[in-house]
Write a protein that binds this ligand. Structure first.
Ligand SMILES: Nc1ncnc2c1ncn2[C@@H]1O[C@H](COP(=O)(O)OP(=O)(O)OP(=O)(O)O)[C@@H](O)[C@H]1O
Ligand SMILES: [Mg+2]
Length: 270
C-alpha cells in the first residue's frame, strides 16, 4: 500500500544564503533529523568544502573517501558516496576541502551547472526511496550553489535574526531568478526561516517584523531560537534532537519539519 502522505520522488531543497554563519548547516542537519524523526527518509548532500554538515553528522574526515566531489566530477556508485548517519532514516553524501577545487574544475565542463542535477536524478537513486534531499550550500553564490539551485525543487533560506539580515537577500533572489530563466524554471522558494532568534532582544523582533512585512507568507511561522544546545550538538556528532530532544532548539526544528511537511502534503494533494 502506498502511503498517501508520501510525495512522488524526493523533494529536493537547497539550503542557501551567501551570507556566512546564518544557520544553513545547522538547519540542514536538524531539519533533516526532524524530518527523519517524523518518518521521512532523508538524504543530506554536503555541498560545502568546509564539510560542516559531514562533521556535525558524525562522518570523520578519514571516512570521507567518496564525497560530493566524486559525485559531481567522477563516475561513482551511489552506494559508495552515500553514508548512513547515526540517525535512523538519515543519510549523507559528505564533503571535504577537495570540493573547493571543484568550483574551478566545473568551469571548463560543458554541463557545469547540471552536474548535481544529473547526479541526483540518475536512475539508481530511485531505489533509495528518499522523501527529501537537503543540500547544504556554501556561503557563496558560486557554481556549487548554482548547481544546488539547478538540482532543486526549491530553496530554503535561513535568515539570522540580526542587523543587516535582509541585506544580501536581493542578491540571492536575483540568482534564483537567473537560475529560473536559464536552467530551472520551476525553482520555487520553499521559505525563509528566522534562525538564532532571541525573543528578549528588540533587534530579533525588529528583523522578524521587517521580514514578515517584506516577504509575507514566504517566512515560516516557526522561528528557530538561539539555543546553546543547538550549538553544542555538532561536537557530539549528533543532531540536537538526539543530543537534547526537549531543548527549545530541538522542539523548534521539529515544528519546522511539521510546517514544511504540511505545505508539501498540500502541494502533493493538488
Ligand atoms: N539556533 C541556534 N542557536 C545557537 N547557535 C546556533 C544556532 N544556529 C546556529 N548556531 C551556531 O551559529 C554558527 C553558524 O551556524 P552554521 O554553521 O549553521 O551557519 P552556516 O550558515 O552554515 O555557516 P557557513 O556560512 O560558514 O556555512 C555555528 O557555530 C552554530 O553552532
Ligand atoms: Mg555551513
Amino acid at each position: 500500500m502506498s502511503d498517501p502522505t508520501r510525495l512522488p520522488g524526493p523533494k529536493i531543497i537547497a539550503i542557501a544564503n551567501q551570507k556566512g554563519g546564518v544557520g544553513k548547516t545547522t538547519t540542514t542537519i536538524n531539519l533533516g533529523a526532524a524530518l527523519a524523526a517524523t518518518g521521512q527518509k532523508v538524504l543530506v548532500v554536503d555541498l560545502d568544502p568546509q564539510g560542516n554538515a559531514s562533521t556535525g553528522l558524525g562522518i570523520e574526515t578519514e571516512d570521507r573517501e567518496f564525497t560530493t566531489y566524486e559525485l559531481l566530477l567522477e563516475d561513482v556508485d551511489l552506494g559508495d558516496v552515500i553514508q548512513q548517519t547515526n540517525t535512523e532514516r538519515l543519510s549523507i553524501i559528505p564533503a571535504t576541502v577537495d570540493l573547493s577545487s571543484a568550483d574551478m574544475e566545473l568551469m571548463s565542463n560543458e554541463k557545469r551547472s547540471f552536474l548535481l542535477h544529473d547526479a541526483l536524478r540518475q536512475h539508481a537513486m530511485d531505489a533509495y526511496e528518499y522523501d527529501f534531499i537537503l543540500i547544504d550550500c556554501p556561503p557563496s553564490l558560486n557554481l556549487l550553489t548554482v548547481n544546488a539551485m539547478v538540482a532543486s525543487h526549491s530553496v530554503l533560506v535561513p535568515l539570522q535574526s540580526e542587523f543587516f539580515a535582509l541585506e544580501g537577500l536581493s542578491q540571492l533572489m536575483l540568482t534564483i531568478r537567473e537560475v529560473r530563466q536559464s536552467a530551472n524554471q520551476d525553482l520555487r522558494i520553499e521559505g525563509i526561516v528566522l534562525t538564532m532568534y532571541d525573543a528578549r532582544n528588540n533587534l530579533s523582533q525588529q528583523v522578524e517584523a521587517d521580514a514578515r512585512d517584506n516577504l509575507g507568507d514566504l517566512v515560516f511561522s516557526t522561528v528557530i531560537p538561539r539555543n546553546v544546545r543547538v550549538s553544542e550538538a555538532p561536537s557530539y556528532a549528533v543532531p540536537v534532537l538526539e543530543y537534547d530532544p526537549t531543548s527549545k532548539g530541538a522542539v523548534a526544528y521539529l515544528q519546522l519539519a511539521k510546517e514544511l511537511l504540511s505545505k508539501n502534503v498540500r502541494v502533493a494533494a493538488q
